[in-house]
Design a protein around this ligand. Structure first.
Ligand SMILES: NC(=O)C1=CN([C@@H]2O[C@H](COP(=O)(O)OP(=O)(O)OC[C@H]3O[C@@H](n4cnc5c(N)ncnc54)[C@H](O)[C@@H]3O)[C@@H](O)[C@H]2O)C=CC1
Ligand SMILES: O=C(CO)COP(=O)(O)O
Length: 357
């Protein structure tokens, strides 16, 4: 491998794309960032700041922004795609003429496509047929990365070259990159936790306490694991940064857009109003709908996702939903230790008078 700096292309001019572009440049890579808006690109090149999505933070001046896809992709070894899920496939299609088999393509997007319940790396695979494909996910609030707060992420791919080159490209003094070969689990964790961040924001706005938040996060993890198992993913991945790590940060921080949408809803704002006020993407709103439908179709028990769906889309008051959830069927703490069905069976027996003194 040559000593030339790695060439990195970042597709997306939002907060995360901008933060990642700056990390790669801090690390010595030659970085080009693609964004739709030529004026914003010119402003980034002039002022070394992204005033629309990451105001108040300096971007490494070596990052070159452009609205010309060909210019950005030419010669790139690593392509990071940081585009919201709704536009992800469209942008990959725009990029396709300048992508080639030797490149490493990595999604950084934590969302799901409605048609076929596809994750973003599956879209990368479908649109290109390439083999160096991966996903970055973890507790990665873009504004904290922009402040160079110590942060860790996961690069997940079954391709060792992809994992290694991403660790080399992005790993630095303030950003540590761990490897995983469970691409599906890592990507699913990043998408699912957004649902529960909305619930945590809502609970905070309703004045609920730390016990509540802790219960919510832990039960969310149980639900995520159950869902993952039903889709054939490895639930152990959720014990890592892209599972419990991301769940903790997104359910605890006002910097999370999903948390903020939940908080606004908890304050009594309507869903459209909450999204409008945010002005950025909160993937969880759409993910709740998709996951709730998928859980129903697969017969997976997901009371939090179901309850949240009813609050967001069917007008059930959040407090009323919280009460119903608290009074829901008796369950098990860790289902891999004591299966939920065993708890329910024991209840049925006792209720039928069997085993009572
Ligand atoms: N911001 C964060 O802290 C983190 C975000 N992510 C994920 O990164 C993904 C991207 O999010 P952000 O950069 O935060 O989003 P953002 O909301 O800050 O910006 C979205 C960007 O996508 C662009 N965009 C939207 N539709 C487009 C289209 N049709 N064509 C071209 N560009 C389009 C917008 O112009 C904007 O530049 C999301 O899925 C999010 O879950 C992951 C980790 C952290
Ligand atoms: O994924 C994130 C942090 O890891 C960012 O969360 P939000 O999309 O809710 O801001």
């Amino acid at each position: 491998m040559s000593d030339d700096p790695m060439r990195v292309a970042v597709l997306g001019g939002g907060s995360f794309g901008t933060a990642l572009a700056s990390i790669a440049a801090d690390n010595g890579a030659k970085v080009c960032q693609w964004l739709r808006d030529p004026e914003l690109a010119a402003q980034i090149n002039r002022e070394h700041c992204n005033p629309r999505y990451l105001p108040d933070y300096a971007i490494n001046p070596a990052v070159r922004a452009s609205s010309n896809m060909q210019e950005v992709l030419e010669g790139a070894e690593l392509v990071l795609v940081a585009i919201p899920s709704k536009a992800f496939r469209d942008v990959v299609r725009q990029a396709r003429p300048w992508l080639h088999e030797e490149q490493i393509l990595v999604s950084t997007t934590k969302g799901i496509q409605e048609e076929g319940f596809k994750l973003m790396s599956q879209i990368l695979e479908e649109e290109t047929g390439f083999s160096h494909i991966g996903v970055i996910s973890g507790p990665n609030l873009a504004t904290e990365i922009a402040q160079k707060q110590l942060t860790a992420t996961v690069i997940a791919s079954d391709d060792a070259l992809t994992r290694t080159r991403v660790q080399q490209a992005l790993g630095c003094d303030y950003f540590r990159v761990y490897a995983s070969n469970d691409r599906y689990g890592v990507e699913l964790g990043g998408a699912l936790k957004n649902i529960y961040a909305i619930a945590a924001g809502m609970a905070a706005a309703l004045g609920m306490g730390e016990n509540t938040r802790s219960m919510l996060m832990t039960r969310a993890l149980a639900e995520m694991g159950r869902f993952a198992v039903s889709l054939g993913a490895n639930p152990m991945t959720f014990l890592g940064l892209a599972g419990v790590g991301d769940l903790i940060v997104t359910c605890s921080s006002q910097l999370s857009r999903n948390y903020r949408v939940g908080y606004a809803l908890g304050q009594g704002k309507g869903l459209d109003e909450a999204i409008e006020a945010l002005g950025q993407v909160a993937e969880g709103v759409n993910t709740i709908r998709l996951v709730r439908d998928k859980a129903r179709a697969e017969g997976v028990y997901m009371p939090l996702a179901e309850g949240l769906y009813q609050v967001l889309f069917e007008g059930v008051p959040a407090r009323e939903m919280a009460r119903m959830l608290m009074r829901g069927e008796q369950s098990s703490d860790v289902e891999f230790v004591l299966p939920r069905e065993d708890v329910q069976r024991a209840h049925r027996r006792v209720e039928a008078g069997e085993g009572k003194p």
